[in-house]
Design a protein around this ligand. Structure first.
Ligand code: NIG
Length: 426
Protein backbone atom coordinates (compact mmCIF):
# COMPACT_ATOMS: atom_id res chain seq x y z
CA UNK A 1 0.00 0.00 0.00
CA UNK A 2 1.39 3.39 -1.03
CA UNK A 3 0.21 6.39 0.93
CA UNK A 4 0.63 10.09 0.34
CA UNK A 5 -0.17 12.63 3.03
CA UNK A 6 -0.57 16.27 2.08
CA UNK A 7 -0.68 18.34 5.25
CA UNK A 8 -1.08 21.96 6.35
CA UNK A 9 -3.05 22.76 3.18
CA UNK A 10 -3.97 26.42 3.34
CA UNK A 11 -7.27 25.70 1.58
CA UNK A 12 -8.63 22.49 0.10
CA UNK A 13 -11.12 23.39 -2.61
CA UNK A 14 -13.71 21.61 -4.72
CA UNK A 15 -14.27 18.76 -2.26
CA UNK A 16 -17.48 16.74 -2.16
CA UNK A 17 -18.84 14.80 0.79
CA UNK A 18 -21.33 13.18 -1.62
CA UNK A 19 -19.94 13.20 -5.16
CA UNK A 20 -22.34 14.76 -7.68
CA UNK A 21 -23.61 12.32 -10.28
CA UNK A 22 -24.25 14.88 -12.99
CA UNK A 23 -22.50 18.00 -14.20
CA UNK A 24 -23.30 21.11 -12.21
CA UNK A 25 -25.82 23.42 -13.83
CA UNK A 26 -27.37 26.79 -13.13
CA UNK A 27 -26.93 27.95 -9.54
CA UNK A 28 -25.07 24.73 -8.59
CA UNK A 29 -22.13 26.15 -10.49
CA UNK A 30 -21.52 28.72 -7.78
CA UNK A 31 -21.15 26.08 -5.07
CA UNK A 32 -17.51 25.44 -4.22
CA UNK A 33 -16.87 23.64 -0.94
CA UNK A 34 -13.63 24.42 0.84
CA UNK A 35 -11.76 23.45 4.02
CA UNK A 36 -9.16 25.74 5.60
CA UNK A 37 -5.99 24.27 7.11
CA UNK A 38 -6.63 20.80 5.80
CA UNK A 39 -4.99 17.44 5.18
CA UNK A 40 -5.58 14.93 2.40
CA UNK A 41 -4.50 11.29 2.24
CA UNK A 42 -4.28 9.10 -0.84
CA UNK A 43 -3.79 5.35 -0.92
CA UNK A 44 -2.77 3.47 -4.04
CA UNK A 45 -3.67 6.40 -6.23
CA UNK A 46 -7.12 6.98 -4.74
CA UNK A 47 -8.32 9.67 -2.32
CA UNK A 48 -8.73 7.97 1.02
CA UNK A 49 -9.50 10.79 3.44
CA UNK A 50 -9.40 14.54 3.94
CA UNK A 51 -10.48 17.01 6.58
CA UNK A 52 -9.27 19.75 8.89
CA UNK A 53 -5.73 19.36 10.27
CA UNK A 54 -6.97 18.95 13.83
CA UNK A 55 -8.48 15.58 12.83
CA UNK A 56 -5.31 14.23 11.24
CA UNK A 57 -3.79 12.64 14.38
CA UNK A 58 -6.95 10.74 15.09
CA UNK A 59 -7.11 9.51 11.53
CA UNK A 60 -3.48 8.39 11.54
CA UNK A 61 -3.92 6.49 14.83
CA UNK A 62 -6.79 4.58 13.32
CA UNK A 63 -4.93 3.79 10.12
CA UNK A 64 -1.81 2.53 11.84
CA UNK A 65 -3.88 0.28 14.09
CA UNK A 66 -5.25 -1.57 11.09
CA UNK A 67 -2.81 -1.45 8.24
CA UNK A 68 0.63 -0.14 8.97
CA UNK A 69 1.40 2.14 6.01
CA UNK A 70 4.66 1.42 4.27
CA UNK A 71 6.35 4.12 2.25
CA UNK A 72 4.27 7.02 3.56
CA UNK A 73 5.26 10.11 1.61
CA UNK A 74 4.46 13.48 3.10
CA UNK A 75 4.10 16.86 1.41
CA UNK A 76 3.75 20.11 3.31
CA UNK A 77 1.30 22.43 1.52
CA UNK A 78 1.53 25.38 3.90
CA UNK A 79 0.33 28.53 2.13
CA UNK A 80 -0.85 26.48 -0.86
CA UNK A 81 -4.21 25.51 -2.29
CA UNK A 82 -5.02 21.90 -3.17
CA UNK A 83 -7.68 21.27 -5.80
CA UNK A 84 -8.54 18.70 -8.48
CA UNK A 85 -6.29 18.87 -11.54
CA UNK A 86 -7.98 20.61 -14.48
CA UNK A 87 -10.06 18.53 -16.89
CA UNK A 88 -9.60 19.94 -20.40
CA UNK A 89 -12.36 18.40 -22.48
CA UNK A 90 -11.61 19.90 -25.92
CA UNK A 91 -8.16 19.95 -27.52
CA UNK A 92 -6.47 19.29 -30.84
CA UNK A 93 -3.02 19.01 -29.28
CA UNK A 94 -1.75 16.34 -31.67
CA UNK A 95 -0.58 18.42 -34.62
CA UNK A 96 2.57 18.99 -36.64
CA UNK A 97 4.46 22.26 -36.75
CA UNK A 98 2.67 25.55 -36.12
CA UNK A 99 0.81 28.24 -38.06
CA UNK A 100 2.23 31.57 -36.96
CA UNK A 101 2.48 32.69 -40.59
CA UNK A 102 -1.32 32.68 -40.68
CA UNK A 103 -1.21 34.77 -37.53
CA UNK A 104 0.47 37.47 -39.59
CA UNK A 105 -2.31 37.15 -42.23
CA UNK A 106 -4.85 37.45 -39.45
CA UNK A 107 -3.15 40.58 -38.12
CA UNK A 108 -3.38 42.02 -41.62
CA UNK A 109 -7.15 41.58 -41.37
CA UNK A 110 -7.97 38.20 -42.93
CA UNK A 111 -10.73 36.24 -41.20
CA UNK A 112 -10.47 32.59 -40.10
CA UNK A 113 -12.67 31.57 -43.04
CA UNK A 114 -10.65 33.65 -45.53
CA UNK A 115 -7.41 32.04 -44.35
CA UNK A 116 -9.03 28.60 -44.66
CA UNK A 117 -10.36 29.36 -48.16
CA UNK A 118 -6.79 30.15 -49.30
CA UNK A 119 -5.64 26.64 -48.34
CA UNK A 120 -4.44 27.76 -44.93
CA UNK A 121 -6.11 26.71 -41.73
CA UNK A 122 -6.95 23.07 -41.12
CA UNK A 123 -5.75 22.04 -44.60
CA UNK A 124 -2.37 23.61 -43.93
CA UNK A 125 -2.09 21.53 -40.73
CA UNK A 126 -3.20 18.42 -42.64
CA UNK A 127 -0.41 18.97 -45.14
CA UNK A 128 2.19 19.43 -42.41
CA UNK A 129 0.94 16.35 -40.58
CA UNK A 130 1.00 14.21 -43.72
CA UNK A 131 4.68 15.02 -44.16
CA UNK A 132 5.55 14.22 -40.56
CA UNK A 133 6.36 10.69 -39.38
CA UNK A 134 4.33 9.14 -36.57
CA UNK A 135 7.39 9.18 -34.31
CA UNK A 136 8.05 12.88 -34.95
CA UNK A 137 4.36 13.69 -34.49
CA UNK A 138 4.52 11.91 -31.13
CA UNK A 139 7.65 13.85 -30.16
CA UNK A 140 6.03 17.21 -30.89
CA UNK A 141 2.68 16.30 -29.31
CA UNK A 142 3.99 14.70 -26.12
CA UNK A 143 5.87 17.92 -25.51
CA UNK A 144 2.48 19.71 -25.48
CA UNK A 145 1.09 17.04 -23.17
CA UNK A 146 3.82 17.81 -20.61
CA UNK A 147 3.26 21.51 -21.18
CA UNK A 148 -0.41 21.27 -20.21
CA UNK A 149 0.47 19.19 -17.16
CA UNK A 150 2.79 22.00 -16.12
CA UNK A 151 -0.31 24.26 -16.32
CA UNK A 152 -2.19 21.89 -13.97
CA UNK A 153 -4.18 19.71 -16.36
CA UNK A 154 -4.64 16.08 -15.36
CA UNK A 155 -7.17 14.80 -17.90
CA UNK A 156 -7.57 15.81 -21.51
CA UNK A 157 -9.58 15.04 -24.62
CA UNK A 158 -7.58 14.95 -27.86
CA UNK A 159 -9.16 15.06 -31.31
CA UNK A 160 -7.96 13.84 -34.66
CA UNK A 161 -8.93 15.97 -37.66
CA UNK A 162 -5.62 17.07 -39.18
CA UNK A 163 -5.27 13.76 -41.01
CA UNK A 164 -8.26 13.77 -43.36
CA UNK A 165 -7.15 10.46 -44.90
CA UNK A 166 -7.72 7.08 -43.24
CA UNK A 167 -3.96 6.59 -42.68
CA UNK A 168 -3.30 10.03 -41.24
CA UNK A 169 -6.39 10.08 -39.02
CA UNK A 170 -5.25 6.73 -37.61
CA UNK A 171 -1.73 8.11 -37.18
CA UNK A 172 -3.09 10.97 -35.08
CA UNK A 173 -5.25 8.74 -32.90
CA UNK A 174 -2.38 6.32 -32.32
CA UNK A 175 -0.23 9.22 -31.17
CA UNK A 176 -3.01 10.37 -28.81
CA UNK A 177 -3.30 6.83 -27.47
CA UNK A 178 0.44 6.64 -26.87
CA UNK A 179 0.36 9.93 -24.95
CA UNK A 180 -2.19 8.31 -22.62
CA UNK A 181 0.04 5.27 -22.21
CA UNK A 182 3.39 6.96 -21.80
CA UNK A 183 2.55 10.03 -19.70
CA UNK A 184 0.54 10.34 -16.47
CA UNK A 185 -2.22 12.23 -18.34
CA UNK A 186 -5.68 10.67 -18.61
CA UNK A 187 -6.48 10.90 -22.34
CA UNK A 188 -9.85 10.52 -24.08
CA UNK A 189 -9.77 10.34 -27.87
CA UNK A 190 -12.19 11.77 -30.43
CA UNK A 191 -12.36 10.98 -34.13
CA UNK A 192 -12.88 14.23 -36.07
CA UNK A 193 -12.44 13.14 -39.68
CA UNK A 194 -15.12 15.74 -40.51
CA UNK A 195 -12.94 18.69 -39.57
CA UNK A 196 -12.50 20.02 -43.14
CA UNK A 197 -13.00 18.72 -46.66
CA UNK A 198 -9.55 17.73 -47.93
CA UNK A 199 -8.15 19.13 -51.17
CA UNK A 200 -8.63 15.86 -53.07
CA UNK A 201 -12.39 16.00 -52.44
CA UNK A 202 -12.79 19.69 -53.30
CA UNK A 203 -16.34 20.22 -54.56
CA UNK A 204 -17.25 16.60 -53.67
CA UNK A 205 -17.96 16.90 -49.97
CA UNK A 206 -20.55 14.13 -49.91
CA UNK A 207 -18.02 11.68 -51.26
CA UNK A 208 -15.63 12.57 -48.47
CA UNK A 209 -18.43 11.98 -45.97
CA UNK A 210 -18.86 8.55 -47.58
CA UNK A 211 -15.17 7.87 -47.04
CA UNK A 212 -15.47 8.88 -43.38
CA UNK A 213 -18.43 6.56 -42.95
CA UNK A 214 -17.20 3.59 -44.97
CA UNK A 215 -13.41 3.70 -44.70
CA UNK A 216 -12.54 5.52 -41.50
CA UNK A 217 -15.12 4.80 -38.80
CA UNK A 218 -15.03 0.99 -39.13
CA UNK A 219 -11.22 0.82 -38.91
CA UNK A 220 -10.97 3.31 -36.07
CA UNK A 221 -13.63 1.45 -34.13
CA UNK A 222 -12.00 -1.92 -34.81
CA UNK A 223 -8.67 -0.66 -33.45
CA UNK A 224 -10.52 0.97 -30.51
CA UNK A 225 -8.80 4.24 -31.27
CA UNK A 226 -11.62 6.60 -30.32
CA UNK A 227 -14.17 7.19 -27.58
CA UNK A 228 -16.11 9.92 -29.38
CA UNK A 229 -17.05 11.11 -32.84
CA UNK A 230 -17.06 14.80 -33.71
CA UNK A 231 -18.05 17.01 -36.68
CA UNK A 232 -17.25 20.66 -37.46
CA UNK A 233 -20.79 21.67 -38.43
CA UNK A 234 -20.39 25.06 -40.06
CA UNK A 235 -20.90 26.88 -43.34
CA UNK A 236 -17.91 26.01 -45.54
CA UNK A 237 -17.17 22.86 -43.54
CA UNK A 238 -19.94 20.25 -42.92
CA UNK A 239 -23.72 20.57 -43.11
CA UNK A 240 -26.37 19.40 -40.67
CA UNK A 241 -27.19 16.56 -43.10
CA UNK A 242 -23.54 15.44 -43.19
CA UNK A 243 -23.45 15.58 -39.41
CA UNK A 244 -26.60 13.51 -39.19
CA UNK A 245 -25.11 10.81 -41.40
CA UNK A 246 -21.76 10.75 -39.59
CA UNK A 247 -23.30 10.60 -36.11
CA UNK A 248 -25.61 7.82 -37.21
CA UNK A 249 -22.68 5.80 -38.50
CA UNK A 250 -20.47 6.53 -35.47
CA UNK A 251 -23.13 5.56 -32.96
CA UNK A 252 -23.49 2.16 -34.64
CA UNK A 253 -19.82 1.60 -33.77
CA UNK A 254 -20.23 2.75 -30.18
CA UNK A 255 -18.82 6.27 -30.64
CA UNK A 256 -20.75 8.92 -28.73
CA UNK A 257 -21.12 12.31 -30.46
CA UNK A 258 -19.44 15.55 -29.57
CA UNK A 259 -19.74 18.52 -31.89
CA UNK A 260 -18.14 21.79 -33.00
CA UNK A 261 -21.33 23.81 -33.23
CA UNK A 262 -22.39 27.40 -33.82
CA UNK A 263 -18.84 28.81 -33.78
CA UNK A 264 -19.33 31.17 -36.73
CA UNK A 265 -23.10 31.14 -37.28
CA UNK A 266 -26.45 29.69 -36.25
CA UNK A 267 -25.54 26.46 -38.04
CA UNK A 268 -28.15 24.03 -36.71
CA UNK A 269 -25.29 22.10 -35.12
CA UNK A 270 -26.68 22.32 -31.61
CA UNK A 271 -30.00 20.80 -32.65
CA UNK A 272 -28.42 17.86 -34.43
CA UNK A 273 -26.09 17.26 -31.47
CA UNK A 274 -29.04 17.28 -29.10
CA UNK A 275 -30.96 14.91 -31.35
CA UNK A 276 -28.18 12.33 -30.96
CA UNK A 277 -27.68 12.89 -27.22
CA UNK A 278 -24.18 14.32 -27.71
CA UNK A 279 -22.13 14.36 -24.52
CA UNK A 280 -21.07 17.92 -25.27
CA UNK A 281 -21.67 20.68 -27.79
CA UNK A 282 -18.61 22.89 -28.08
CA UNK A 283 -18.00 26.54 -29.05
CA UNK A 284 -21.59 27.91 -29.08
CA UNK A 285 -20.70 31.53 -29.76
CA UNK A 286 -23.89 31.84 -31.85
CA UNK A 287 -26.63 30.53 -29.61
CA UNK A 288 -29.94 31.77 -28.25
CA UNK A 289 -33.03 30.42 -26.57
CA UNK A 290 -33.81 27.78 -29.19
CA UNK A 291 -30.33 26.26 -28.82
CA UNK A 292 -30.49 26.51 -25.02
CA UNK A 293 -33.76 24.60 -25.03
CA UNK A 294 -32.34 21.85 -27.24
CA UNK A 295 -29.30 21.48 -24.96
CA UNK A 296 -31.42 21.44 -21.83
CA UNK A 297 -33.68 18.69 -23.15
CA UNK A 298 -30.78 16.44 -24.17
CA UNK A 299 -28.62 17.15 -21.09
CA UNK A 300 -25.72 17.96 -23.43
CA UNK A 301 -22.90 19.90 -21.77
CA UNK A 302 -22.24 23.33 -23.27
CA UNK A 303 -18.45 23.44 -23.60
CA UNK A 304 -17.17 26.97 -24.01
CA UNK A 305 -13.81 27.71 -25.59
CA UNK A 306 -12.92 31.30 -24.74
CA UNK A 307 -9.34 30.90 -26.01
CA UNK A 308 -10.46 30.68 -29.63
CA UNK A 309 -13.02 33.45 -29.20
CA UNK A 310 -10.21 35.64 -27.83
CA UNK A 311 -7.77 34.70 -30.59
CA UNK A 312 -10.31 35.12 -33.39
CA UNK A 313 -11.53 38.34 -31.76
CA UNK A 314 -15.18 37.36 -31.84
CA UNK A 315 -18.17 37.74 -29.55
CA UNK A 316 -18.02 35.38 -26.57
CA UNK A 317 -20.60 32.64 -26.03
CA UNK A 318 -23.47 33.89 -23.85
CA UNK A 319 -22.32 31.99 -20.78
CA UNK A 320 -24.34 33.97 -18.23
CA UNK A 321 -27.56 33.41 -20.15
CA UNK A 322 -26.72 29.72 -20.35
CA UNK A 323 -26.16 29.50 -16.60
CA UNK A 324 -29.37 31.40 -15.92
CA UNK A 325 -31.16 28.96 -18.22
CA UNK A 326 -29.91 26.09 -16.02
CA UNK A 327 -27.44 24.59 -18.50
CA UNK A 328 -24.30 22.69 -17.45
CA UNK A 329 -21.27 24.50 -18.84
CA UNK A 330 -17.65 23.41 -19.09
CA UNK A 331 -14.59 25.43 -20.10
CA UNK A 332 -11.81 23.96 -22.24
CA UNK A 333 -8.72 25.29 -24.00
CA UNK A 334 -9.34 24.11 -27.58
CA UNK A 335 -5.52 23.90 -27.78
CA UNK A 336 -4.83 23.92 -31.55
CA UNK A 337 -2.48 25.69 -33.99
CA UNK A 338 -5.15 27.73 -35.77
CA UNK A 339 -7.60 29.32 -33.36
CA UNK A 340 -6.21 28.73 -29.87
CA UNK A 341 -2.49 28.08 -29.58
CA UNK A 342 -2.71 27.74 -25.81
CA UNK A 343 -3.36 24.81 -23.50
CA UNK A 344 -3.49 26.92 -20.35
CA UNK A 345 -6.70 26.27 -18.40
CA UNK A 346 -5.93 29.09 -15.98
CA UNK A 347 -5.90 31.58 -18.84
CA UNK A 348 -9.23 30.17 -20.08
CA UNK A 349 -10.65 30.70 -16.60
CA UNK A 350 -9.40 34.28 -16.62
CA UNK A 351 -11.15 34.87 -19.96
CA UNK A 352 -14.30 33.14 -18.72
CA UNK A 353 -14.40 35.49 -15.72
CA UNK A 354 -13.48 38.71 -17.49
CA UNK A 355 -15.21 38.21 -20.82
CA UNK A 356 -18.10 35.90 -20.00
CA UNK A 357 -18.68 37.23 -16.49
CA UNK A 358 -18.36 33.93 -14.68
CA UNK A 359 -17.48 34.09 -11.01
CA UNK A 360 -14.24 32.35 -9.95
CA UNK A 361 -16.35 29.59 -8.33
CA UNK A 362 -18.26 29.00 -11.58
CA UNK A 363 -15.04 29.01 -13.58
CA UNK A 364 -13.43 26.44 -11.26
CA UNK A 365 -16.45 24.13 -11.50
CA UNK A 366 -16.53 24.50 -15.28
CA UNK A 367 -12.80 23.70 -15.54
CA UNK A 368 -12.83 20.70 -13.21
CA UNK A 369 -15.93 18.65 -12.46
CA UNK A 370 -17.93 19.69 -15.55
CA UNK A 371 -14.92 19.17 -17.81
CA UNK A 372 -14.64 15.69 -16.30
CA UNK A 373 -18.28 14.95 -17.11
CA UNK A 374 -17.74 16.20 -20.67
CA UNK A 375 -15.21 13.33 -21.01
CA UNK A 376 -17.33 10.81 -19.11
CA UNK A 377 -14.85 10.98 -16.23
CA UNK A 378 -17.16 12.65 -13.72
CA UNK A 379 -17.35 9.59 -11.48
CA UNK A 380 -13.60 9.33 -11.03
CA UNK A 381 -12.12 12.80 -11.63
CA UNK A 382 -12.84 16.52 -11.38
CA UNK A 383 -13.41 16.86 -7.63
CA UNK A 384 -11.93 15.80 -4.32
CA UNK A 385 -14.03 12.98 -2.89
CA UNK A 386 -13.21 9.76 -1.09
CA UNK A 387 -12.81 7.00 -3.67
CA UNK A 388 -12.01 9.31 -6.57
CA UNK A 389 -8.64 9.22 -8.35
CA UNK A 390 -5.98 11.32 -6.68
CA UNK A 391 -5.34 13.69 -9.61
CA UNK A 392 -4.54 16.85 -7.74
CA UNK A 393 -3.07 20.25 -8.31
CA UNK A 394 -1.04 21.82 -5.52
CA UNK A 395 -0.61 25.50 -6.21
CA UNK A 396 2.31 27.71 -5.36
CA UNK A 397 1.78 29.87 -2.28
CA UNK A 398 -1.17 32.06 -3.28
CA UNK A 399 -3.51 34.23 -1.20
CA UNK A 400 -6.86 32.79 -2.34
CA UNK A 401 -8.53 30.72 -5.06
CA UNK A 402 -9.82 33.91 -6.64
CA UNK A 403 -6.15 34.67 -7.32
CA UNK A 404 -6.11 31.84 -9.92
CA UNK A 405 -8.14 33.59 -12.66
CA UNK A 406 -7.06 37.04 -11.42
CA UNK A 407 -3.29 36.65 -11.81
CA UNK A 408 -3.68 35.41 -15.33
CA UNK A 409 -0.03 34.97 -16.25
CA UNK A 410 1.48 34.12 -12.85
CA UNK A 411 2.65 30.50 -12.83
CA UNK A 412 0.21 28.54 -10.70
CA UNK A 413 1.40 24.98 -10.31
CA UNK A 414 3.81 23.87 -7.62
CA UNK A 415 3.16 20.13 -7.84
CA UNK A 416 0.84 17.83 -9.73
CA UNK A 417 -0.25 14.55 -8.16
CA UNK A 418 -1.38 12.02 -10.75
CA UNK A 419 -2.89 8.77 -9.55
CA UNK A 420 -1.34 9.45 -6.16
CA UNK A 421 2.13 9.88 -7.68
CA UNK A 422 3.91 13.17 -7.07
CA UNK A 423 5.00 14.88 -10.26
CA UNK A 424 7.16 17.90 -9.54
CA UNK A 425 6.69 20.92 -11.75
CA UNK A 426 8.94 23.93 -12.20
O1 NIG B 1 -12.09 24.32 -32.63
N1 NIG B 1 -13.26 25.01 -35.42
C1 NIG B 1 -12.64 24.05 -35.78
N2 NIG B 1 -11.51 23.55 -35.25
C2 NIG B 1 -10.63 24.26 -34.42
C3 NIG B 1 -9.67 25.08 -35.20
C4 NIG B 1 -8.74 24.22 -35.94
C5 NIG B 1 -7.68 24.93 -36.72
O2 NIG B 1 -7.86 26.08 -37.16
O3 NIG B 1 -6.64 24.30 -36.91
C6 NIG B 1 -11.43 25.02 -33.38
O4 NIG B 1 -11.41 26.26 -33.32
Amino acid sequence: MKMLLIKNIKKLIQYEQEPVEQPKRGSQLSVLDTIDNAFLITEDGVIKAFGPMDRLDKYMERVSDNTKPRGLETLDAAGKIVMPAFCDSHTHLVYAGSREMEYSDKLRGLSYQEIAARGGGILNSANLLHNTSEEELYRQSVHRAWEIMSFGTGAVEIKSGYGLTPEDEIKMLRVAKRIGEETPLIVKRTFLGAHAVPERYKGRREEYVNEIINEMIPVIAAEELADYIDVFTEEGFFSVEDTDRIFNAGIKYGLRPKIHANQMSFSGGVQVAAKYGAISADHLEFTAKEEFEALKKSGTIATLLPGSTFFLEMEYAPARDMINYGLPIAIATNYNPGSSPSGDMKFMMALACLKMKLTPEEAINAATINGAFAMNLGESHGSIAVGKKANLLITKEIPSYEFIPYAFTTPLVDTLVMNGKVIGML
